[in-house]
Write a protein that binds this ligand. Structure first.
Ligand code: SF4
Length: 395
């Protein structure tokens, strides 16, 4: 059985490098045009070139989302953009609009992946897309295990499935609630997440005082518990959601799934789901997560009904910028408050250490007790070796 690709979001060049360093086999990202995350720091042409070179040097891949549904006026710009992506050497583009297929086939050698925005759930639809030249289908998040198994055994095509992250209350993001209520176009990456808002309840004209506000907010997806089952469906690529997520989130999620996938392939017969991974994943989540449609147990527990339930997470304390092996001093950038005497953990792609902070220095190497300023540069002496982009968190 082939090891599935672990595919991470990359909202910018920094997160691209972190995702690949922490164990992703490939990343997906938006370029400057035609993609669904208008608010992510989408990569410029130069950054994209650097990112592709970085990935290819590690024998890893970069996919670019070109996944908006296009209006007529956009059609004349797409050809040049695709030619540019092809020249840069991206490994595939992720598309929704079938108008892109003939243009990409005529003018480029780009591989074509079909976005989850097409809500593709069945083998007949996949046969159709394959006949049009699609090499990989990103299945709709609403597929069950049986759907995936059936498709995989019926058609020879690469399947990509979501394993972690936020869900939409609509079919894989086909939703214009945001357009109607706030004028922000969800199909241009501007979704204002209306489904997670609180709505007061009315009975006709009468406001139901005392009733909790209603929300459509779905819980998040996590396939940690069902990872073995998912691997055994033969799905080719496991995708993490979240091009707007932080570097710390990406490092944590990628590293955790990397470990779980590798553990399964080290010994398939004895592999057992280890709940400690679920705990790690939950620490960076701001909502409960469940396997959603995969196990077929779609029930009333898949969403919140009363008010927003998100929690903010302040576990992430600092990111390592440099480490001097001679002095054993690390330069870090602050993310959340911490102080001398705190017990903390530092982790990298494969290792982690716990220790109590005994010395902190400011940028001018003056000793300090507390680190309270966002993005403050500080120095800490460490009793072990770290490297750039190691993460420090609450223990
Ligand atoms: S409003 Fe909610 S359901 Fe609609 S696109 Fe945005 S996140 Fe998805």
């Amino acid at each position: 059985m082939k090891k599935p690709e672990l595919l991470s979001p990359a909202g910018d060049l920094e997160r691209l490098k972190i995702a690949l360093t922490y164990g992703a086999d490939a990343v997906y990202l938006g370029g400057t045009l035609f993609n669904l995350r208008a608010n992510a720091n989408n990569l410029t042409k130069e950054e994209l070139k650097e990112g592709v070179e970085f990935a290819h040097n590690l024998n890893k891949k970069v996919y670019v989302t070109v996944n908006i549904a296009m209006h007529n006026k956009e059609l004349n710009k797409i050809k040049q953009y695709l030619i540019e992506l092809d020249k840069i050497g991206v490994d595939a583009i992720i598309i929704t609009d079938p108008a892109i297929i003939p243009i990409a086939k005529k003018y480029t050698n780009l591989n074509l992946h079909l976005s989850t925005q097409t809500s593709t759930l069945n083998k007949e639809a996949i046969e159709f897309w394959k006949s049009q030249g699609i090499e990989r289908v990103v299945l709709a998040r609403e597929c069950s295990k049986e759907d995936i198994l059936d498709i995989k055994k019926s058609i020879d095509i690469e399947l990509e499935v979501f394993i972690h992250g936020a869900m939409c209350a609509s079919y894989s993001g086909r939703c214009v609630l945001s357009n109607f209520l706030t004028g922000r176009d969800a199909n241009r990456g501007g979704c204002s997440q209306i489904c997670r808002w609180d709505f007061d309840l009315y009975d006709g004209e009468e406001h139901l005082e005392g009733e909790k506000p209603f929300t459509f907010c779905t819980k998040d997806l996590s396939m940690a518990k069902y990872l073995k089952d998912l691997i055994e469906t033969g799905a080719d690529s496991f995708k993490i959601e979240g091009r707007m997520r932080s570097a710390y989130y990406i490092a944590t999620i990628v590293r955790t799934y990397r470990k779980m996938i590798d553990e399964y392939f080290e010994n398939k017969e004895t592999y057992e789901y280890n709940p400690k991974y679920e705990q790690v994943l939950r620490r960076v989540a701001n909502r409960d997560n469940i396997p959603q449609f995969f196990d077929g147990n779609y029930s009333k527990d898949v969403q919140y009904y009363n008010g927003r339930q998100e929690t903010t997470n302040q576990d992430f304390l600092a990111q390592v910028l440099e480490y001097d092996e001679n002095t054993k001093i690390a330069k870090l950038e602050q993310r959340n408050y911490f102080k001398k005497g705190d017990k903390v953990e530092i982790f990298g792609p494969k290792d982690e250490y716990t220790f109590t902070i005994t010395e902190i220095y400011d940028e001018d190497m003056n000793p300090i007790d507390i680190v309270r300023h966002p993005k403050q540069i500080i120095y800490i002496k460490l009793p072990f070796k770290v490297a750039k982009d190691y993460m420090m968190k609450i223990c």
